[in-house]
Ligand binder design. Structure first.
Ligand SMILES: [Zn+2]
Length: 152
């Protein structure tokens, strides 16, 4: 092949790589710029930065005695935060979520199928954990980053 052929092939490869890169960029979340959200139904219970030293346990419960109250215990090291949210549920729930940088997962869940307990999330596994009892753990890109993408 001539030198020109290599040049043309090289250019085509660069163009293809650029388009593939742009295409996948839209579906990848940069977790360093994203927030991790703990959600119950449409309500955001907590929204946190996903840092390397992150280590939080969330215990989320609705008790049989009061189906209109969601209890959230957030444990960060020795410190424990307790908060309540007004909800309308027809059944009690329990979710224990362990958030770490490379392995965010459900330690316990009251879902019937327990599928949520099999998966995990990390900087490379960005798909949300969705529970049938209404609890969701998901990455959400922050506003700044979405602007970056839309206005190059
Ligand atoms: Zn579940």
């Amino acid at each position: 092949m001539k030198k020109l052929d290599f040049l043309v092939i090289g250019l085509v490869l660069i163009i293809v790589a650029t388009f593939v890169g742009l295409f996948f960029n839209r579906f990848l979340i940069d977790t360093s710029k994203a927030k991790l959200e703990i959600v119950y139904k449409d309500m955001v219970i907590d929204s946190i930065d996903y840092k390397e030293d992150i280590d939080i346990i969330y215990e989320i419960r609705i008790y049989e005695e009061d189906l209109n109250r969601l209890e959230v215990k957030k444990k960060v090291g020795e410190i424990q935060y307790l908060s309540y949210f007004e909800v309308t549920s027809t059944f009690p729930i329990t979710n224990i979520i362990h958030v770490t940088y490379e392995h965010t997962h459900m330690d316990d869940a009251s879902c019937e199928n327990k599928i949520c307990m099999k998966g995990y999330m990390s900087t490379k596994r960005i798909l949300p954990i969705v529970c049938t009892n209404g609890v969701i753990v998901r990455f959400v890109e922050t506003k700044d980053h979405i602007d970056d993408v839309l206005v190059p």
